[in-house]
Ligand binder design. Sequence first.
Ligand code: PMP
Length: 293
Amino acid sequence: MSRLVNINGHIVPAEQANISAYDHGFLYGDGVYETLRTYQGVPFLLDGHLARLRRSAGLIRIDWERLPVEPSEEVRKTLLAADNEESLIRLAVSRGVGPLGYDPALCPKPSLLVYVQPFDQPPEALYQDGARALIVTVRRNPPAALNPYVKSMNLLNNILAAMEALEKGAEEGIMLNLSGNVAEGSNTNVFAVRGERLLTPPLAAGILDGLTREHVISLCLRAGIPCEETDIRPEELLSADECFLTSTTRELVPIVLIDGRSIGSGKPGPLTKRLLALFRAAVKEATGGHARG
Ligand code: PMP
């Protein structure tokens, strides 16, 4: 088991992984990233993550063609070198190294980093008992300022939301947008069940198009479960029958308490459990029938 970092094609142990103090990713949060995980040692939805990384890079005008190495090949090499049973992978593209200043011309070459470390599956109790969330006071960055659709290294908005939640004993902070509608969690997308319908905020609410979110929506389509992308008011979330959050690393996490109020029965709801089972079955199918589940 090992923690490795691949810096522009050079793989080193995590403790020896250093970058320049003049890397604009460090200086200005000027870069984009992705978080992936493996199932059966194979990165799940790699193509989707690479496409989103490339899109994010394009939206902040980092020239993908100038990357010194080919990202999917570096992921493959780093995973092979790490030889973990399951890995968490972080891919980062920074503007690169250059003198102080905002002009992108100061950094002629972007950098690609691949971090690989053992992946610890969240405890099964999280899925059986559910988690707590808090609707935080910090609002999600409005798309006209810093579009959440860009998965940027500039994560202070998310960190402030997560800090507020953790300080108040909740596992995740749910942010509203400037219109006061539910946007997303600090690193998750939000779903609510009201009656027969599954609801989730639309991309227009100013959110990241989470790959797990997308997967859940397509599972609903296949299973004939009505799922609607629609604005959700915070009071609708609090009075929902069920709520769950989605992310690559945590799949579907039932939320049983928001702002100290029980959601539905106060236990993970039937549709949440059904969708988690469908999600895990789909992963199993995609990974050749070997995944846990
Ligand atoms: N929203 C935000 C702000 C995130 O950081 C993440 C985690 N990448 C998500 C949603 C969930 O996205 P995904 O399902 O692609 O992991």
